[in-house]
Design a protein around this ligand. Structure first.
Ligand code: DAH
Length: 341
């Protein structure tokens, strides 16, 4: 029996080594090691031998099988080198449908709320626009009726860029008002979500980086009533219930008249807490009718068109929606916070 195996092995290895195509290699594998292969046949015959002979011949046959497999592998590798073709075997497969062990993470709460706002405003016919975070003094201030020596600049503690006098990190998303009018003209309905920066001292409700969204709607005969309708419907969508707002007159150089919109504090339900500075209300957004000078800067005729603009912090809205009591959580990178969304 051993002699038979020895002879078979010799022939097989010779044939394998002189094989010069992948095809013939495959055939040889089948011929010797396949289900009905010659060596497989011999192995099947072992069961008819006596116990000791079976053990002895069994070991010998297994050894031969391993040598054949080794010869097949080596010949395949040298054929791969010669032809530059790589044969992929079942062991090399990756099952892409297997569940991954890596955790995928989740959206940051600020992105989550921003995408929600984008959906709501798109459904109201608004475009979603994007713009530069490093902005010219003109679009961030001057085009919005805030000249160089205007006191309104003092409330926006700006990051100026060393060596570039007319470039600032935008202090608000209002920087896109005139850019949008210049690009699309009137009528226009658009929101501009994005990051803003101010040289602000950090506390529970202020951070130097925060996210805002600006809205702009310009058309014939637009009034504060249109603003009220839009704001009421988006706030009710976001909070899933009717929201009671408080409107106060407010001053912003780029709107006339201007006003501030307050919301009841979500954290304390109006009782007073550190977020609302014990007033029960949180200042939610600035808004107003776009100033004729701003319309002109955007190339829109103020005699034909009117419009409203509003701006608010996505950061503040997210704090209210998810009852987050400290703004520093957002950029603190603490996974215990981030994994809750
Ligand atoms: N840009 C203002 C800020 O960051 C917010 C604002 C006020 C935007 C009034 C407006 C507006 O569009 O009409 O404080």
């Amino acid at each position: 029996m051993k002699e038979k195996i020895s002879q078979l092995k010799k022939e097989a290895i010779h044939e394998i080594k002189s094989s010069d195509t992948f095809d013939s290699l495959k055939k040889l594998e089948k011929k010797y090691l396949g289900r009905k292969g010659e060596l497989t046949d011999v192995l099947k015959g072992l069961k008819d031998l006596g116990k000791d002979a079976r053990k002895d011949a069994g070991q010998f046959a297994n050894q031969a099988k391993q040598e054949l497999e080794q010869a097949l592998k080596e010949t395949q590798v040298s054929l791969e080198q010669v032809t530059g073709v790589k044969i992929v075997t079942k062991n090399d497969w990756v099952d892409v449908t297997m569940p991954s062990k890596l955790s995928l993470g989740n959206l940051h709460p600020l992105s989550r709320v921003q995408y929600e706002l984008e959906d709501i405003f798109s459904s109201l016919g608004f475009m979603i626009l994007d713009g530069p975070e490093l902005e010219s003094d003109y679009y961030n201030f001057e085009s919005l009726n805030i000249p160089k020596d205007h006191p309104a600049r003092d409330i926006q503690d700006t990051f100026y860029i060393k060596g570039k006098k007319d470039q600032v990190l935008r202090t608000h998303t209002s920087n896109l008002q005139v850019r949008a009018m210049q690009e699309y003209g009137a009528p226009i309905r658009a929101i501009f979500p994005g990051r803003c920066f101010r040289f602000d001292a950090t506390d529970a409700s202020h951070d130097a980086t925060f996210n805002q969204v600006e809205g702009l709607m310009i058309d014939k005969n637009i009034s504060i009533a249109n603003f009220k309708a839009i704001v009421d419907s988006f706030l009710s969508e976001i909070f899933n219930r009717k929201i009671k707002t408080r409107l106060r007159p407010g001053y912003f150089p780029f709107v006339e008249p201007g006003f501030e919109v307050d919301l009841p504090c979500e954290i304390c339900k109006g009782r007073g807490c550190k977020v609302c500075k014990n007033s029960g209300w949180v200042e939610f957004m600035g808004a107003g009718m776009v100033h004729p000078i701003v319309l002109k800067n955007g190339g829109v005729d103020p005699k034909k068109y009117t419009g409203f603009a509003f701006g608010f912090g996505i950061t503040r809205l997210t704090m209210m929606k998810y009852k987050i009591n400290d703004i520093r959580h957002f950029l603190g990178s603490d996974l215990r916070f981030l994994k809750q969304f």
